[in-house]
Design a protein around this ligand. Structure first.
Ligand SMILES: Cc1cc2nc3c(=O)[nH]c(=O)nc-3n(C[C@H](O)[C@H](O)[C@H](O)COP(=O)(O)OP(=O)(O)OC[C@H]3O[C@@H](n4cnc5c(N)ncnc54)[C@H](O)[C@@H]3O)c2cc1C
Length: 403
């Protein structure tokens, strides 16, 4: 088949979820992904790239049929979230505050993608092209013509294929090629800091808390990971620092890094052993528009956010849900779901929310990085007050969890 209702470019977490959510409405979908994720095996070490998956994202993954598989593989629920700068300003959020059993789960990105791919491969309405690359596309009044290179073919150059669709979805990440080909500009900047992700064994068995201590040089965070290690449990550390310092830390051996971690991180970390590490740049990008006629941007293709509060993919999943809702209601009302004026409802639903979260993260980034003693006092009083005003605490927590 060469004619589809929708083509999704990018089969990462957001693209795969989007393909499934539209196929569940009865639409035919082509999903194009350049790299195939490695299969899961229980004996594999934990991946470095993990995400805090919110309650709202868990609901979406459940609706798409991916959640039971993730539960069978591996994930780590967390019930508490601790934040502080000065010890006296320590604030702890608890799932009990919003009548939930947990606040979210830490899950490896690849497993979320794989669990979604399992559903994609079993769905009669989705055709997966992978490994395959988008090459180009052209838009006419009624459809989009897409050229892709299918690298699963045996020829060395890959096989060029042409397909058509009524809607093209860009879920091809922060450097979206679709966004560039559609001539959609972005605003954004690179943050002064980078982040180092470090997988460790912890003396403490599997934990139910994720915590973050703020420093002017950037936060230090712990995300609990699933399973038992020789030492006790596992966790992922996130070390935000200036780019040069991250470069220096990256050049250290695991043993040397371990010594530096024990000096820099709060004492509550306890005894640890470093098992894996990697550095990632931090960027902020926001597409000037999420729509160009029949092209829509979702996930990191539309927005990349400071990962300080672990919201990036959760915003992407909210995009997926919003688009599904817009198209479902258009179909329900006998409207032509793929007309650009109907598709524009997606941007109306999502742009303000994404911008609010991006701005909130940037305000926190600037406030907590400010060296002035007055600002330091103000932010610590702010944190301590948040702890004392249950209504505010509850509201902030419900927003972060997406409930
Ligand atoms: C250090 C760090 C920590 C983070 N922690 C969290 C967290 O705790 N919680 C959270 O919610 N978010 C977190 N994020 C953000 C999160 O990782 C991203 O928001 C998320 O991965 C975006 O998913 P995506 O599917 O939109 O894009 P991607 O994951 O980038 O997927 C894009 C896909 O498109 C494919 N592709 C690209 N171009 C083409 C092409 N031309 N043809 C075919 N395929 C193509 C790529 O191979 C890829 O598979 C973090 C980010 C960083 C940097």
């Amino acid at each position: 088949m060469n004619n589809f209702d929708c083509v999704v470019v990018g089969g990462g977490m957001v693209g795969a979820a989007s393909a499934l959510s539209l196929a569940n409405l009865g639409l035919t979908v082509a999903l194009i992904e350049q790299h195939q994720p490695h299969c899961f095996d229980k004996s594999q070490a934990l991946d470095l790239r993990v995400s805090a998956i919110s309650l709202a994202s868990e609901h979406l993954l459940t609706q798409l049929g991916a959640w039971p598989q993730l539960q069978q593989w591996r994930l780590c629920p967390y019930k508490r979230l601790g934040v502080w700068e000065h010890q006296a300003s320590y604030t702890e959020f608890n799932a009990d505050d919003i009548e939930q059993s947990h606040l979210g789960h830490i899950i490896e990105n690849r497993l979320v993608q794989l669990a979604l791919w399992q559903q994609v491969k079993n769905h009669s309405k989705v055709t997966l092209f992978s490994p395959a690359n988008l090459e180009s596309f052209t838009q006419s009044a009624n459809e989009i013509a897409i050229t892709l290179v299918d690298n699963s073919a045996v020829t060395e150059q890959g096989k060029t294929q042409k397909i058509t669709a009524k809607l093209l979805i860009a879920a091809d990440g922060a450097n979206s090629q679709v966004r560039k080909l559609a001539n959609i500009g972005i605003t954004g900047w690179d943050y002064q800091q980078s982040a180092m992700l470090i997988n460790i064994e912890t003396q403490t068995p599997q934990q139910d808390i994720t915590w973050q201590q703020f420093f002017e040089t950037g936060p230090l965070a712990l995300l609990p990971l699933p399973g038992k290690s020789e030492l006790g449990g596992y966790a992922s550390l996130v070390w935000y620092q200036g780019k040069d310092e991250i470069k220096r830390l990256s050049s250290l051996s695991c043993e040397q890094l371990q010594v530096e971690i024990l000096e820099a991180f709060p004492q509550r970390l306890g005894k640890i052993k470093v098992i894996d590490k990697g550095a990632f740049p931090l960027t902020r990008r926001h597409a000037n528009t999420y729509q160009k006629n029949r092209v829509l941007l979702l996930g990191d293709a539309a927005h990349t956010i400071n990962p300080m509060a672990g919201q990036g993919v959760n915003l992407g999943f909210k995009d997926v849900k919003a688009l599904q809702t817009v198209i479902a209601s258009a179909i329900g009302n006998n409207e032509c779901w793929h007309e650009p004026n109907i598709l524009s409802r997606y941007e109306t639903k999502r742009r303000k929310d994404n911008l609010l979260m991006m701005t909130t993260m940037d305000s926190l980034y600037v406030t907590f990085g400010h060296p002035s003693p007055a600002v330091k006092l103000f932010r610590n009083i702010g944190l301590a007050m948040a702890n004392k005003i249950p209504f505010l605490k509850k509201k902030a927590l419900a927003y972060a969890c997406g409930v």
